[in-house]
Design a protein around this ligand. Structure first.
Ligand SMILES: O=P(O)(O)OC[C@H]1O[C@H](OP(=O)(O)OP(=O)(O)O)[C@H](O)[C@@H]1O
Ligand SMILES: O=c1cc[nH]c(=O)[nH]1
Ligand SMILES: [Mg+2]
Length: 208
């Protein structure tokens, strides 16, 4: 299984808080944003840098800036929206696209209902966000769609994953790097991650 599990103590601590059934929507959203920001710091480690001249109040100096690659953040609606602001705080220059998918509760297959993407996907580092990677059907379908529109350099960032979801994405998209805050044990008979945190979209937006 090819997946990067973020073991930073602050991430692990916040994942425990966000799993708690007593955590309400306001705290859930705040924790998700904080975890995303911490994960974003880790997953952008390999962004290329270039030298740039900077005029300080005293002298000219050589500093570093992110080179070449433009960035794209693509949340899978709805729940992926909860991970956008944390990434935008780190990378305000990123463009944000949206892929709307919901998982049919009977078949567990993804159903597409919306798509709005930056036009130049091919030249961007794309970070797909979705808190939950369960069967992997939604993430895999979203990545297929992005590749059809030209995306080549894709990272998938999730809060909690089931082994089945990681394996699906590994198999269908071996080039995509997967980052999770927790790799859980299994899925239940309704396709929910165990121990998981329930329905992420409902917990973010307060629906049932
Ligand atoms: O890996 P999978 O088995 O495809 O399941 C994961 C998907 O299910 C959830 O979305 P949901 O269908 O609940 O939509 P929502 O975000 O609008 O709540 C979740 O946010 C993922 O997109
Ligand atoms: O556990 C799960 C599985 C799919 N979608 C969720 O929001 N949670
Ligand atoms: Mg949901």
């Amino acid at each position: 299984m090819n997946v990067n599990v973020m073991t930073h103590p602050l991430i692990q601590h916040k994942v425990t808080l966000i799993r708690n059934v007593e955590t309400g929507s306001k705290d859930f959203r705040e924790l998700l944003e904080e975890i995303t920001l911490l994960m974003g710091y880790e997953i952008t480690r390999d962004l290329p840098l270039e030298d740039v001249e900077v005029q300080t109040p005293l002298v000219k100096a050589i500093g570093k800036q992110i080179a070449g690659k433009k960035l794209g953040i693509i949340p899978i609606l709805r729940a992926g929206l909860g991970m956008v602001n944390g990434l935008l705080e780190l990378m305000p220059m990123a463009k944000v696209g949206h892929v709307g998918l919901y998982r049919d509760p009977e078949t567990l297959k993804p159903v597409e209902y919306y798509c709005k993407l930056p036009s130049d996907l091919a030249g961007r580092r794309i970070i797909v966000t979705d808190p939950m990677l369960a069967t992997g059907g939604s993430a895999s379908a979203a990545i297929t769609l992005l590749k059809e529109k030209g995306a080549r350099d894709i990272q998938l960032m999730c809060l909690v994953a089931a082994p089945q979801g990681v394996e699906t994405v590994n198999k269908e998209h071996p080039d995509v790097r997967i980052y999770v805050a927790a790799l859980d044990e299994d899925l239940n008979e309704h396709g929910y991650i165990l121990p998981g945190l329930g329905d992420a979209g409902d917990r973010i937006f307060g629906t049932k």
